[in-house]
Design a protein. Structure first.
Length: 473
């Protein structure tokens, strides 16, 4: 099978790259390891089927930080929150000044407009804001702050099912399997699902891909140009395994994660926090500019797996889950890690949560607890795996000394892995892998620094920018 362009991966980068390349009328194939996600499944079932390694990918270091990524048509967009942010201008300016990258903020704007139209990006309607988000806003105002704002999301006709991160049951969230891949197929693009690329060989006039389909069938695909969009965890593995380019040994380094945590709050009346948009509200604290606060709510079956307590306290929070609200915070991290793959062992992420980032996350958790207590919560649950993690008194929470807490005791996640094939390190300004003629990368791995916001629109804009470059060669 021969194509003009092949794209590995169907997430934010891969779907937009494939979609953009079809505009020239060429033969384009997207190769995706996962299959189509089914709707209306239990959250645990969705996590088991459509999260990489059933959601148990995490870091080795001084803390276990879970890093959920999708393995389905649509990639991680199928299991993310759907929030959409343009790349902060200061970030792009920093790339240009500090990394000597020839990228300007103005160049992104046309792509952002295309993406917004394609994904139906809009502000969360007031009536869809979940109860937990509303109570956090109320508490923030009582603490004297007024920076809360409704977030923009890729959604159409959202009914507030509260299942964004576990495959939207109504196809309201405009993940790429809903908003992009169907258009790609209508335009006569080719999709190979349940297909894993095992070997990549670049030759003078083509790139050859050896693939394994449905675990046993082997197929060979050839293309004139290859775009790798397997994500920040898998793309560096492909580069290192196949020794692609002259800097393949650098692939997998400089991993950033946006380490995150959350606080739960129990109220004296039912909230039904699973109704509405879980991630509807955002907040920026003027004293902690590297922190981003955003709403979150985990479905009961999943939450029960990770509540940091046991015995009677555990039983109480489970029984009162309908009375529970939650909110989250992540940090634009200053630490870096690396991604490696070892035969017989599998994917391994090495990351050290440094003291500076850890202490800021703790202060973010304290603030969320104080906000919920100000809003009338009976008690709040801090994200700590130790006995002293519940507080019912705001003054006690304010005064509490968390200096003896270790990063290993923090319940944390990393939702936005980036940087492992960064521009200026593994790929050039146009996303071509250094030392190759026909191989490019377009996904979160090329984003050279953490953004402080959800990277979905940045990844998509870089993919569309690449397609324009390739079509103009």
């Amino acid at each position: 099978m021969k194509f003009d362009y092949c794209v590995i991966g169907s997430g934010a980068g891969g779907a937009l790259a494939g979609y953009g390349l079809l505009t020239a009328g060429g033969r384009v194939a997207i190769i995706e390891k996962g299959g189509w996600a089914k709707r209306n499944q239990d959250a645990i079932v969705s996590m088991t089927k459509y999260y990489r390694e059933q959601g148990y990918v995490g870091t080795l270091g001084n803390a276990f930080i879970g890093v959920p990524t999708g393995e389905a048509v649509g990639g991680t967009t199928t299991i993310n929150s759907g929030t959409c942010f343009e790349t902060p201008p200061a970030i792009v300016d920093g790339w240009r000044k500090n990394l000597n990258l020839d990228i300007h903020e103005e160049a992104f704007k046309p792509y952002f407009e295309k993406i917004k139209a394609l994904l139906s990006v809009q502000e969360v309607p007031e009536e869809r804001v979940s109860s937990g988000n509303r109570l956090f806003m109320e508490g923030v105002k009582k603490l004297g702050f007024h920076q809360c704002h409704r977030l923009h999301r890729a959604a159409k006709n959202c009914e507030g099912s509260g299942r964004c991160c576990f495959v939207c049951p109504k196809e309201a969230k405009q993940s790429t399997d809903v908003a992009v891949i169907p258009q790609f197929l209508e335009k006569k693009g080719t999709l190979y699902s349940h297909t894993e690329v095992t070997e990549i060989v670049e030759k003078k006039d083509r790139v050859t891909l050896l693939c394994k389909k449905d675990k046993d069938q082997k197929i060979k695909i050839e293309c004139s140009t290859l775009v790798i969009s397997a994500g920040a965890l898998s793309s560096p593995v492909l580069v290192r395994k196949n020794k692609i380019g002259k800097r393949w040994r650098w692939a997998g380094n400089e991993l950033s994660l946006h380490p995150a945590t959350k606080v739960l709050a129990q109220f004296p009346y039912p909230l039904k926090g699973w109704q509405g948009v879980p991630q509807a509200i955002g907040f920026k604290h003027p004293q902690f500019l590297n922190l981003s606060f955003e709403g979150v709510f985990t479905p009961f079956p999943v939450a029960a797996l990770f509540l940091p307590m046991e015995g009677a306290r555990f039983d109480d929070w489970l029984k009162q889950y309908a009375f529970t609200a939650s909110f989250g915070v992540f940090i634009q991290d200053s630490g870096r890690g690396k991604v490696r793959f070892f035969p017989g062992v599998g994917l391994m992420l090495f990351y050290h949560l440094n003291r500076k980032d850890f202490l800021q996350l703790m202060e973010g958790a304290r603030f969320m607890g104080l906000a919920y207590l100000a809003a009338g919560a009976k008690k709040v649950l801090m994200p700590l795996n130790r006995a002293q993690n519940e507080f019912s008194d705001a003054e006690a929470l304010k005064r509490h000394d968390f200096s003896d807490v270790k990063p290993s005791q923090l319940g944390s996640m990393g939702f936005h892995p980036l940087g492992t094939c960064g521009m200026g390190r593994v790929v050039d300004n146009q996303l071509r892998v250094y030392g190759t003629r026909r191989i490019f990368i377009a996904d979160g791995s090329v984003v050279p620094t953490p953004l402080g916001v959800n990277p979905q629109m940045t990844i998509m804009a870089l993919a569309l920018r690449l397609t324009d470059h390739l079509l103009n060669l």
